[in-house]
Ligand binder design. Structure first.
Ligand code: 3PG
Length: 416
């Protein structure tokens, strides 16, 4: 994708006439959830999406909202009931939630009954087995979701920047058959992130979080292109690179990686490490739980029969030096099990160190936004993206099918 041309070419809501039209809007309101209570912990993405929804509703559109929450098998893979309530609150529009429904007669009926300015939210689209399967845009247009919903609408709006790296049915399928536009979240993200596409060096990535499959892919791209000078690892990513460097990280930590089926990533991490070992930094110490209390251990003390829950003070000092000297910083994910009380300190201190650096700073991700807010550093960051994997994928020049689909739709209109 010609990233340089993206800002000018991206079709936005300024070009769309939505009055009295039925508009399918793909939003990303995938939110961090409390693993015990199941309550949404952070509504940043919901509030961001509200801007687009309010604008479309005030222009007289009839809105059919599509969104996902979590991934099959994860604790936060759940319905969108809470999201509908929070969206209603954030928009001031009563958003009707159609539980367990994606298409079929009741949905068609509800869509036909919509009046201008009204909105419905369908069920977690990832409950459909066909949704998270990577396919071409034309093949996604043949999925039951698109085949059933597209004929009931006149316009598609993709506001899900945070999922734009996914070639999924609800992200790219509608753009093949409906005039499609970027929502305001998507537009803002693309504009701001484009500024960071040619990073000033030294460029430091600080990467943690659970989605190591994405992070490894991002590293393969960005390291091979020379975009990044130092990678500060945390969480599972750090564990994998420690393993790759020959360290025995202890049974519970290996189990965490194998439970997520990430052991297969170790070979790819080995290739990355063999080519770029000098750029990849791993923690010098960790915080672990010993008899219910946080305890700092040095990396040399491994293996121990405990989970590595946070990075320790030596790591904070070590990583902070790179952050202070950086000209560009990209941050994604927590550096450990941030949500567990007593194990958030390393993450918070490193976020503060990154935020205090004079570098151009982009932070991204659902949990990342929560941490930024908790660390109280939002105002010091140039761009806090609603996307985690999406933000880093965009910056490392990986394909962004959700954006490419919008550009395709615009080209199609221009040819007609
Ligand atoms: C995210 O939280 O990064 C987006 O909602 C995409 O979710 P995914 O990584 O499960 O596709």
């Amino acid at each position: 994708m010609a990233l340089g041309g993206m800002i000018e070419d991206l079709p936005t809501l300024d070009e769309a006439d939505v009055k009295d039209k039925t508009v399918i809007v793909r939003i990303d309101i995938n939110s961090p959830m409390d693993p015990v209570s199941g309550k949404i912990l952070d509504d940043t993405r919901i509030k961001a999406s509200a801007v687009t929804i309010k604008e479309l509703a005030s222009k007289g559109a009839k809105l059919v909202l599509l969104a996902h929450q979590g991934r099959l098998g994860d604790d936060d893979f759940t319905t969108l009931e809470q999201h509908a309530e929070l969206l209603s609150k954030a928009t001031g529009i009563k958003i009707k939630y159609l539980k367990d429904l994606f298409y079929g007669e009741p949905v068609a009926q509800a869509i036909k009954e919509l009046k201008p300015g009204e909105a419905i939210l369908l069920e977690n689209v990832r409950y459909l087995a066909e949704e998270p399967v990577a396919r071409s845009m034309q093949d996604q247009a043949k999925t039951r979701l698109v085949q059933n919903l597209a004929p009931l609408a006149q316009i598609f709006v993709n506001d899900a920047f945070a999922a734009a790296q996914r070639p999924h049915a609800s992200i790219i399928g509608f753009a093949a058959v409906l005039p499609s536009y970027a929502g305001r979240v998507m537009e803002r993200e693309v504009k701001r992130m484009t500024r960071a596409l040619n990073p000033e060096h030294p460029c430091v990535y600080m990467l943690g979080g659970a989605k190591v499959d994405d992070t490894i892919k991002i590293l393969e791209h960005s390291l091979s292109k020379g975009l990044v000078d130092t990678v500060l690892t945390g969480g599972l990513l750090a564990n994998i690179f420690l393993m790759v460097s020959g360290k025995d990280i202890g049974g519970p930590n290996v189990k965490l990686i194998s439970d997520k089926s990430y052991l297969k990533l170790v070979d790819r991490a080995k290739v990355i490490y063999s080519n770029h070992a000098h750029l990849i930094k791993t923690p010098l110490d960790f915080v672990v739980d010993v008899q219910g209390k946080p305890k700092v251990i040095a990396v040399e003390e491994l293996p121990m029969n405990v989970e590595l829950l946070d990075v320790g003070p030596k790591t904070v000092a070590y990583y902070s030096k790179f952050l202070a000297e950086a000209k560009t910083i990209v941050v994604k994910g927590p550096m450990g099990v941030f949500e567990r009380k007593g194990y958030e300190r390393g993450t918070l201190e490193l976020y503060r160190a990154a935020a205090n650096s004079k570098a151009f700073k982009v932070f991204g991700g659902g949990h990342t936004v929560t941490i930024v807010n908790e660390a109280g550093v939002a105002s010091k960051i140039d761009h806090v993206s609603t996307g985690g994997g999406a933000a880093v994928s965009f910056l490392s020049g990986e394909p962004m099918p959700g954006i490419e689909a919008l550009l395709y739709s615009k080209r199609l209109r221009q040819r007609r």
